[in-house]
Design a protein around this ligand. Structure first.
Ligand code: ADP
Ligand code: MG
Length: 795
């Protein structure tokens, strides 16, 4: 065949129901992942291959459109419109929790659909997350098709999108290979067939011989020569004018076809233009070349012919910049608003004295704080002394010693006459914190309450009472801490460990607890901790409303953990190594494979692994801990391990976070290829906590997927949490990286965190300037970009 120009990949367009298959393929309450990294997020459009294998093409196109459909996931647009089928029960619980919190504003009723759109269509659009006029205007095409010209049938190229025009010679139904409406169309150069597998009887009648048709779609060489399967077509008069701009193809969903989308989007753009609402809402940003917004919108929705290969880069730049600016404005504004809220000022005065709890705890510690711990402690202390609520994120790699920093902050609160709460995401971790804090603080006269979901009623009531009457200066617990019935008399500081495990809403509800205790006027300070270091661009874009402290050094005397990759076939050798370690007086973690599809299966594997290792390691004490164990048994197993009575602890990922046993020097992770990077990093962080040389063995099963291979390689090559996080972000995309529950902050649809660093910085500076100058365009910009979504931000 003949030479072709580069083409955008075209999914076979259908005349009747164009998008339903795509929408189904995209289906499910999948996290709004990766939009910055694929599909619409890329600066260019997917490029067609010159002559890719036909079978591969539709698939590829579908995947791309699926990604784009997720972009428009209603969950993203409105995280509170919680999908009833949402995969995460915790998120659901949190949403329910928050709804019932008295102090919260009533849940806003989502507007039916964009203005000027028929209600039936509006409701469907609303499902796509398209509720306002600007939602439509900013619903940008996924790709374009060129219907501005006609290709002679003789010049069609296999696999390329084209538009042809010709006269129908015949339309008949054939039954080989299956029932098909086959329409023969001729132009001056050749004959082709249009092939419809799903069609109405009326369609056959409409496609009567002698009619003139314009059809567009992907050409391929088929059974009867050149053909188009399910082309888009319409009847035309000879010489009917051609469109002058490319035809946009939008991310779509079931029930709203491309035609409808195009129509409502054009209407929205035109209405906005008439109202003069398309003007720029941001000042010229230093150093970035930005096309005016109105021009950018035209260039992206209706590009001139010839621009098929990609979006106009300047227009695209404008959209990305504006999106980032909206996010920065929103977060920074939330940050400023907090300065107007009241929180108890906890002056260093009380705690500076030698008699203070803070001073006595320092005195009692068997170690000295590292310089980094001292520095972040100072930063936290500075915040606590102010009469505005602190929202500080304390980042520090696994093992960097965040707990003691938090404990010192709690002491400050207690010294100043307030209560502190310490929340951890898992029972094991919360319990471990409880024990450690109890060990540190009880001798100093601090009463600590313990609250977890699985406590017996009597114990729970005791904990609740102690929190409510103020007799517990410190309350430690799991999610149980932010339930409605938990009340504090004077909550001054809430500490949230492994904060990425909690949703924004859960944190919010903890903040409300303080308001209750202080007569509704004060919020508690919040200290959030994370061992998942957040790469800089991500921190800038998603945590712009938080202050961040980083512990960037490990306590002295740690020996780095050596990592070995070992094939599953050499498991026996690994078992021998476990025995050797135990005989040398050390302890070992054996982590069972993650089985995402089935918790039952995972459990079964854990039990079986425990049994088989007990046999293979006869003479050693092998313990087992997993999520389904009764809390008492779980605690007993952990206590025995801490005490050294258990030498090998077979465990599921329940030990993933926080667990701290310095004598454990060997960790074996079975089927390491199934774990995510940050999970592996967390797990590996359970060893190397003492002075012993530690080893982490990653047992893997071949063959490895490309992605798994990369993950294992990263684990092998580095122990630096920041480096690992960077790779993790690259491999998973920001949505998954931040965790589903973080989606209270809308993810970026257009900007790309890796590629757009310059834009992110420019947007950040621009937002700062606009807010400092009280720029009147701030509101307009936020309205344009976030519309009804803004209510969900800034918690
Ligand atoms: P993470 O930051 O992962 O939460 P932890 O707070 O659990 O780390 O601390 C890890 C271990 O290091 C604990 O046993 C803790 O007591 C110990 N530790 C903390 N700070 C120091 C220090 N400055 N010197 C020595 N050991 C420390
Ligand atoms: Mg910790």
């Amino acid at each position: 065949m003949i030479q072709i120009r580069k083409k955008a990949i075209a999914a076979p367009p259908a005349a009747i129901t164009d998008d339903s298959t795509v929408a189904k393929a995209a289906g499910g309450p999948k996290a709004p992942v990766a939009m910055a990294l694929q599909g619409t997020g890329r600066s260019g459009l997917p490029k067609g291959l010159k002559s890719a294998a036909p079978a591969a093409r539709p698939l590829e196109a579908t995947a791309t459109e699926a990604a784009a459909t997720r972009t428009a996931n209603p969950n993203l647009a409105n995280p509170k419109a919680a999908n009833p089928k949402a995969a995460n029960p915790k998120a659901r619980a949190a949403a329910a929790q928050t709804r019932s919190a008295k102090a919260l504003p009533a849940k806003p009723v989502p507007p039916p659909g964009p203005p000027g759109v028929a209600p039936a269509i509006g409701a469907k659009l609303a499902k796509l997350g398209l509720r306002t006029r600007f939602d439509l205007i900013l619903h940008l095409p996924l790709r374009y098709e060129d219907e501005t010209r006609i290709t002679a049938m003789a010049d069609l190229v296999d696999g390329a999108f084209a538009q042809v025009e010709g006269v129908i010679e015949s339309a008949e139904i054939t039954y080989r290979p299956r029932r098909t409406l086959l329409v023969r169309v001729r132009d001056a150069s050749a004959v082709i067939h249009l092939r419809f597998l799903n069609f109405y009887g009326s369609q056959q009648k409409a496609l009567a011989a002698g009619k003139r048709l314009r059809a567009s779609g992907e050409a391929r060489s088929g059974f009867f020569g050149a053909e188009m399967i399910h082309p888009r077509y319409r009847e035309v008069a000879e010489g009917a004018p051609l469109p002058t701009a490319l035809t946009p193809v939008y991310p779509a969903t079931a029930g709203v076809g491309q035609g409808t989308l195009r129509r409502v989007i054009v209407d929205a753009i035109e209405a906005a233009r008439r109202d003069g609402a398309l003007g720029d809402t941001a000042p010229a940003a230093g150093g970035v070349d930005l096309m005016p917004f109105a021009e950018a919108i035209d260039a992206l929705h209706f590009p001139a012919p010839g621009a098929t290969d990609g979006r106009d880069p300047r227009a695209w730049q404008r959209v990305k910049f504006d999106e980032l600016l909206a996010q920065q404005l929103s977060l920074k504004r939330a940050y400023r608003m907090r300065r107007r809220e009241q929180a108890p000022a906890m002056n260093a005065g009380a705690s500076a004295s030698l008699a203070s709890l803070e001073a006595r705890l320092r005195q009692a510690l068997p170690f000295r704080l590292t310089a980094a711990q001292e520095r972040v402690s100072g930063e936290i202390g500075g915040d606590l002394a102010r009469a505005h609520p602190m929202r500080r994120l304390l980042q520090g790699d696994v093992g960097s010693g965040k707990t003691i920093v938090a404990a010192l902050a709690a002491c400050r609160a207690i010294d100043c006459g307030f209560q502190a709460a310490f929340m951890a995401p898992t029972e094991i971790l919360a319990e471990q914190h409880y024990r450690k804090l109890d060990f540190w603080l009880r001798p100093l006269g601090v009463n600590i309450a313990w609250l977890s979901g699985s406590l017996k009623k009597k114990q729970k009531d005791a904990g609740l009472a102690a929190a409510a009457d103020g007799s517990a200066a410190l309350t430690v617990g799991t999610h149980a801490l932010f339930q409605d019935k938990v009340n504090f008399r004077r909550l001054g500081l809430a500490i949230v460990d492994e904060q990425h495990r909690f949703g924004v809403l859960q944190r919010l509800s903890l903040a409300r607890k303080g308001a209750q205790g202080t007569g509704g006027t004060m919020q508690p300070h919040q200290l959030m901790m994370s061992a998942t270091p957040i790469p800089r661009t991500l921190a800038m874009t998603f945590y712009a409303d938080l202050d961040v402290s980083v512990i960037d050094e490990l306590p002295p005397g740690r020996t780095p953990v050596a990592t070995r990759l070992v094939a599953q076939s050499r498991r026996d050798e690994v078992v021998r190594r476990v025995r050797a370690a135990c005989e040398a007086g050390r302890q070992v973690y054996w982590v069972c494979p993650l089985i995402e599809e089935s918790e039952t299966l995972e459990l079964k594997t854990a039990v079986e692994t425990h049994e088989s290792l007990s046999v293979m390691l006869a003479g050693l004490t092998v313990g087992l801990v997993h999520g389904r164990l009764k809390p008492d048994d779980k605690a007993a197993a952990m206590t025995a391990f801490v005490a050294g009575e258990i030498q090998v602890l077979v465990a599921t990922t329940v030990i993933e976070v926080g667990v701290d046993v310095a004598n454990a020097s060997l960790m074996v992770i079975e089927h390491a290829e199934r774990f995510g990077l940050s999970q592996l990093h967390q797990l590996r962080g359970r060893v190397g906590r003492g002075a012993y040389e530690s080893v982490c063995i990653l047992l893997y099963q071949s063959p490895l997927s490309q992605n798994a291979r990369e993950r294992l390689k990263v684990m092998f090559e580095t122990t630096d949490g920041f480096e690992i996080a960077r790779h993790d972000l690259r491999l998973r995309g920001p949505g998954e990286f931040l965790g589903r529950q973080q989606s209270g902050v809308p993810l970026l649809r257009f900007a790309d965190l890796e590629a757009d660093t310059d834009l992110i910085e420019a947007a950040r500076d621009c937002a700062q300037q606009m807010l400092d100058a009280g720029d009147a365009r701030v509101e307009a910009h936020l309205e344009r970009w976030l519309g009804s979504r803004e209510a969900y931000l800034g918690v």
